[in-house]
Design a protein around this ligand. Structure first.
Ligand code: FCB
Length: 450
């Protein structure tokens, strides 16, 4: 047996998102979000489900925080619902909306759990979508103003701020493929949305720097994955490079290098109605940040697609691998590859794993237990590889499991369970899965025994 110990000040957390857990969609003056609208539109969500109740966390947050304390978490990543604060996106703020998050942060502090607050985890006010949403440049401005309001008025210590969660998903699944809210299928629009999201991030960072919040750090969370070619053929290698450009570099380069990657700019100019960004935006987007949040679940393996301008390629599922309920390959080495690459190509920069986890077919036993050994082995594998990256000098500062509670998994509704805690939706009762006890032990040892 060997012990893989993590640094003394390492953050051990779990992550959630407002729409996935809160419910109470119109409580205390909350406005409609694009996810309220999208999930209530027939045909969008598995089994026609929606987030109206979700985990009822808006009402049960106190007991949920108590459970986090029972697990020994020293950090918790949650998101603020923008339409709770600005029901119409901008204009008049709703103080009762902010009060909920103030109470939540107080509760966390009373349990010595440090909050990591995400400002945008996909629930855009519908009022802004009615004016084009992220495809409209004004939305970036509104986001900057919403962020400034929160920085000024959430007047309690917040140990970490995250502007956006996974702008790639917001833009390309929401506006390009239409499988997420707002359900638009137009790649030209998705490219605009991606740019305006990045601009919104930059504007939020710049308002943060203008407001005195001590030494609180601010960053962004991206969904990133290593991309592997299906074979050593020239075509597959070139395909993997383009897929990496689309999945990873399209966001990393403007944030950390001040410009979009040239190979992808040329490709998009050939294929889409894509206008190169306004010069002055580049500086706003690349405003220095204090850390990068990394969400990683799997890797991507691609075979060359139809043409040299195909930037997605044909994803394949390598035979012999294990797959989660999402159909995602379990590939722990990927997190090592990713962290060391980020450090090499974009560092030095503190990194956090802001999401990592797996959906499996969990069953609640009669005695209230859940034997989720596949999740334990998934998490153990990824954490061991994160530890390997630390040994190579990667400044990894914390790890957040996705997710605390089983919850509303977007277009999959409640059919995918990612939680450390099992939620019995009809009764809203919570049950610790075995992985929760396992994680509690990892935290108390500050590492793994493997
Ligand atoms: C990420 C999202 C998170 C959850 C997990 C499974 O892309 O940020 O909300 O859906 O995937």
């Amino acid at each position: 047996m060997s012990r893989l110990l993590f640094p003394d000040d390492f953050l051990w957390g779990a992550a959630t998102a407002s729409y996935q857990i809160e419910g109470s969609p119109s409580a205390d003056g909350k406005g409609e979000s694009i996810w309220d609208r999208f999930s209530h539109t027939r045909g969008n969500i598995w089994n026609e489900e929606n987030g109206d109740l979700a985990c009822d966390h808006y009402r049960l947050y106190r007991e949920d925080v108590r459970r986090m304390a029972d697990l020994g978490l020293n950090a918790y990543r949650f998101s603020i619902s923008w339409p709770r604060i600005f029901p119409q996106g901008g204009g008049k703020p709703n103080p009762e909306g902010l009060d909920f998050y103030r109470r939540l942060v107080e509760e966390l502090h009373s349990c010595k759990i440090r909050p990591a607050v995400t400002l945008y985890h996909w629930d855009l006010p519908q009022a802004l979508q009615d004016r084009g949403g992220w495809a409209n440049r004004d939305t970036a401005q509104y986001f900057g103003e919403y962020a400034a309001f929160v920085f000024e008025n959430l007047d309690l210590p917040v140990e970490r701020w995250i502007t956006l969660n996974e702008p790639w998903v917001s833009a390309f699944l929401g506006y390009g493929l239409g499988v997420h809210a707002p359900g638009i299928n137009d790649f030209n629009i998705a490219l605009q949305a991606a740019h305006n999201l990045l601009l919104g991030h930059g504007l939020a960072v710049s308002s943060f720097r203008d407001i005195e919040r001590g030494n609180e750090p601010i960053g962004i969370t991206l969904n990133l994955a290593p991309v592997h070619p299906a074979s050593d053929s020239k075509a597959d290698l070139a395909q993997a490079e383009r897929a990496d450009g689309f999945m990873n570099r399209w966001f990393l380069d403007p944030l950390f290098r001040g410009s979009y990657p040239q190979d992808m700019v040329e490709l998009f100019l050939r294929s889409f109605d894509f206008a190169p960004a306004q010069e002055e935006d580049a500086g706003v987007i690349a405003a220095p940040i204090d850390f990068l949040g990394v969400n990683n679940y799997t890797r991507t393996v691609v075979r060359a697609g139809g043409s040299e301008d195909d930037f997605m390629g044909n994803p394949i599922n390598p035979p012999g691998s294990e797959y989660t309920e999402m159909g995602w390959e379990v590939y722990p080495r990927g997190i090592y590859e990713l962290l060391t690459r980020l450090h090499r190509d974009y560092g030095p920069l503190p990194l956090y794993i802001t999401e990592n986890g797996a959906a499996f077919n969990d069953e609640l036993n009669r005695d209230g237990t859940v034997d989720d050994r596949q999740r334990i082995s998934y998490l153990e594998g990824y954490l061991a590889e994160a530890w390997n990256a630390l040994q190579e000098g990667v400044p990894l500062k914390g790890y957040f499991v996705w997710t605390l509670l089983d919850n509303f998994e977007w277009s999959f509704g409640y059919s995918k369970r990612f939680g450390l805690i099992y939620v019995d939706y009809p009764t809203q009762k919570r049950y610790f899965k075995n992985s929760a006890y396992w994680y509690r032990d990892v935290i108390s040892r500050n590492g793994l025994e493997v």
